[in-house]
Design a protein around this ligand. Structure first.
Ligand SMILES: [Zn+2]
Length: 58
């Protein structure tokens, strides 16, 4: 019988809001963080800090 784990920790990608590239991956706890993550991160493609937003990883 297969045991099904409840996934509360989710792997997400952080995509640059300017060039749309996914530069970072991180994890988040869905129980404690229900809103979308938005972080200012360095984008090597834009060569500056841009806003990175949470996207799904498949
Ligand atoms: Zn970028």
């Amino acid at each position: 019988m297969a045991t099904k784990k409840k996934q509360t920790i989710e792997i997400i990608a952080l995509a640059c809001s300017e060039c749309k590239r996914r530069n970072y991956t991180t994890t988040k706890n869905r129980k404690t963080q229900q809103e979308k993550l938005e972080l200012s991160k360095y984008c090597k493609w834009d060569r500056k800090h841009t806003l990175h937003k949470e996207t799904k990883v498949k």
